[in-house]
Design a protein around this ligand. Structure first.
Ligand code: KIV
Ligand code: ZN
Length: 525
């Protein structure tokens, strides 16, 4: 048995489940999960390395940014097929074809809503017109590549007879993968399996294509529905790291992979994913989206392999299998170790970064090392998690136009609470003093006075990176402007400094977006 992949000697190609990752497309559609161009490339590189079969890199017609990232991911990918999304419209398909052109292997994924609700309210067209558009879009895509995926958006709420007609049309027009999305996360596992079986039995030509699942998690059933689909005959699963995606998200890639690997006795399938990279992938996505991973999240949550009760700990020490159905090592989790202290040198720090999966250029390394030394001066025990929080912050803020230079806060019962803040704004230092309803409010008011903006603050969240009163605080701040949300993260042993950094990080993202839209805008001086 290969220790990383799920394939064993008695598994054949027909049992292979193709992993289609949509973190960069459906995942990025999740409010607040926007990634920058370089973050997308970093994510794609990791997905490619970990054995993802198909990477859906974006929706090329949606924006110039999406187009360019799909194009660059296509240039760089070594193993994965690179896919772009396109509506059933000719300009979408042409733009998508252009974006995936540099890929060794490229796929066009075209879709249309098939359910009565989508036909009537989204598009205002009848069944005949849907069939015409399916035929035309798949034919157009097939002119560019022989790898064409067609999706019936809202398939699970589509009339079965009409769904079969659409699929037959798509297959005849040249689709090689047929995706059956549970777009609104409405199906149950039995129902979804029944739908896949019905399609396989009824649609002429069904045996010549791969069927795919794309299940949303509105009822918490995305993984269960996807696996039911596989048991019923689907051989591609669309999923996203940490289950990122529209609303409640998509099926979580790490859960799909480990369920197939761990329960191969009842699900005799395999994937090409190196499962020891799952933890790294989860941390990367959490960092670039600034979405914290739920502590009790299956496979990659902080508590997924933690044993609290005495009975469990005793059992684990005697034989890990008493309370563990998979090993922490199989998902790439290493023992959290006490890493280094203030006497650790550059060499040890570089080795530690390598072990944690970071490759920094010389300048970034020097900056991170200086921050590490400063942290080690203030904090007795520096753990892997501390290093990760610190480096993530360095990477995230490397190109920021606004930086936190100094903050002094007066807090306590007396009031009014006061914050004196110095920011570096485009290379110039500026200071402001504000009072507020508590130290956080005073700090955020000072930021707003120095960088006037209209954004709303829908989320402010604090957690501790490790245990102990000297633990670093990790703060998440979400800002919303013009209907778009961005998320920033900051860490420091001082919660107020972490809060200021998180707010400024989100603000930098907003400004970067604004600058892309109107290059001469805010802070252009
Ligand atoms: O959920 C959905 O239906 C989609 C399609 C575009 C595949 O994301
Ligand atoms: Zn979706």
């Amino acid at each position: 048995m290969d220790s990383h992949q799920n394939k064993s000697a008695d598994h054949s190609e027909k049992d292979r489940v193709v992993i289609f990752d949509t973190t960069l497309r459906d995942g990025e559609q999740c409010p607040g999960a926007t990634m920058t161009y370089s973050e997308k490339l970093e994510v794609a590189e990791l997905l490619d390395e970990m054995g993802v079969d198909i990477i859906e890199g974006g929706f090329p017609i949606a924006s110039q940014g999406d187009f360019e990232s799909v194009q660059e991911i296509s240039r760089r990918a070594k193993n994965s097929v690179i896919c772009g999304l396109a509506r059933a419209q000719m300009p979408d398909i042409d733009r998508c074809a252009e974006a995936i052109k540099p890929a060794k292997r490229g796929r066009i994924h075209t879709f249309i809503g098939t359910s009565p609700l989508h036909r009537q309210y989204q598009m205002g067209i009848d069944q005949a017109e849907v069939l015409t558009r399916v035929q035309a879009s798949v034919t157009r895509a097939s002119g560019y590549t022989d790898d064409v995926e067609w999706s019936a958006m809202d398939a699970t709420r589509t009339e079965p007879d009409f769904l079969c007609q659409c699929i037959e049309t798509a297959i005849k027009a040249g689709a090689t993968t047929i995706n059956i999305p549970d777009t609104v996360g409405y199906a149950t596992p039995d129902e979804f399996a029944g739908l896949i079986r019905m399609i396989l039995e009824r649609v002429p030509g069904a045996d010549s294509v791969v069927f795919s699942t794309h299940c949303h998690n509105d009822l918490g059933l995305a993984v269960a529905n996807s696996l039911s689909g596989v048991i019923a005959g689907a051989r591609q699963v669309e999923c996203a790291i940490n289950g990122l995606g529209e609303r409640a998200g998509n099926a979580a890639l790490e859960e799909i992979v480990m369920a197939i690997k761990t329960r191969s006795d009842v699900m005799p399938f395999w994937t090409g994913i190196d499962s020891t990279m799952l933890t790294r992938a989860s941390k990367l996505i959490s960092r670039v989206t600034a979405f914290p991973v739920q502590y009790n999240k299956a496979i990659v949550g902080r508590n997924a392999f933690a044993h609290e009760s005495g009975i469990h700990q005793d059992g684990i020490l005697k034989n890990a299998q008493t309370f563990e159905i998979m090993t922490p090592e199989s998902v790439g989790l290493k023992e959290s170790s006490l890493v280094m202290g203030k006497h650790s040198g550059r060499h040890a720090f570089r080795e530690k970064l390598k072990e944690l999966g970071y490759e920094l250029g010389d300048n970034a390394f020097e900056d991170a090392f200086v921050s590490f030394k400063a942290l080690a001066d203030r904090k007795k025990h520096v753990y892997d998690e501390d290093i990760e929080a610190l480096v993530d912050q360095e990477i995230a803020s490397a190109h920021d136009r606004i930086k936190v230079v100094a903050l002094t806060v007066i807090a306590g019962t007396g009031g009014p609470q006061k914050a004196t803040l110095t920011l570096d704004i485009n290379g110039k230092q500026q200071t402001h003093e504000s009072t507020g309803d508590g130290p956080v409010d005073a700090t955020f008011r000072a930021i707003k006075a120095l960088v006037p903006h209209e954004a709303r603050l829908p989320l402010y969240q604090v957690s501790a990176v490790t245990e102990g009163t000297d633990a670093q605080a990790e703060v998440t701040v979400r800002l919303e402007a013009d209907g778009k949300t961005v998320t920033g993260r900051g860490s420091d042993t001082d919660t107020m400094v972490a809060s200021a950094r998180a707010y400024v990080s989100a603000l930098n993202k907003l400004l970067a977006r604004e600058a892309r839209r109107k290059p001469e805008s805010m802070l252009a001086s």
